[in-house]
Design a protein around this ligand. Structure first.
Ligand SMILES: [Zn+2]
Length: 191
């Protein structure tokens, strides 16, 4: 891997770094980043350079930038011919699961656990307490339909491999973020 990828994504926050690195590492075809309130120049410049140097395609929608390594993939999402879940490469079972719940949030990064996510959270806490929480899910980018979802576990493994190939520190931070959040929730339940 070219070492300057990490320099390029440096202005992004952790979840945006992970988002773009999993795309560059071919773990999926769609990614997004969120611009700051004052849509900062540094982030925009980095986004432009990703396009120029790594052949990505970009679509800016207000404070959000969508990226893909496939122009047609991006176009289908922009034209709403593809769901967000499909665009981001989430397993079909999880995308369908999330739409079954009225307030479903499949993309849990930075959002509160409500509806669909809450159900997953309870399952995850139970699994964690019984030492059955699949380690690969610490690397997830979406809320799985089930704590045992085979496709989510496989995706978690791909994300872990890709992140570690770029930077072991980022992989560790990402894992710690999910696991830490779950462990804090578990402690709150038990006390
Ligand atoms: Zn699933």
């Amino acid at each position: 891997m070219e070492p300057d990828i990490l320099e390029l994504v440096e202005p992004f926050d952790l979840s945006d770094k992970v988002s773009v690195l999993t795309l560059l590492g071919k773990a999926r075809h769609g990614a997004d980043i969120v611009l700051g309130i004052e849509s900062d120049d540094e982030t925009l410049t980095a986004a432009q350079r990703l396009v120029e140097e790594y052949g990505l395609f970009l679509y800016r929608n207000g404070g959000r930038i969508l990226f893909s390594d496939d122009a047609d993939w991006l176009r289908r999402r922009v034209e709403r011919k593809m769901s967000a879940g499909e665009f981001f490469g989430y397993p079909r079972c999880c995308v369908e699961g999330s739409t079954r719940y009225a307030r479903g949030h499949i993309d849990d990064v930075g959002c509160e656990y409500v509806g669909y996510g809450e159900r997953y959270l309870l399952d995850a806490l139970f699994a964690l307490r019984n030492h059955r929480y699949p380690a690969a899910l610490d690397y997830r980018l979406h809320v799985p339909c089930d704590v045992r979802c085979i496709e989510s576990i496989a995706m978690g493994k791909r994300i872990k491999a890709v992140l570690e190939s770029f930077d072991k520190g980022i992989a560790r931070q990402w894992k710690r973020r999910h696991r830490g959040m779950l462990e804090r929730r578990l402690e709150n339940c038990e006390t």
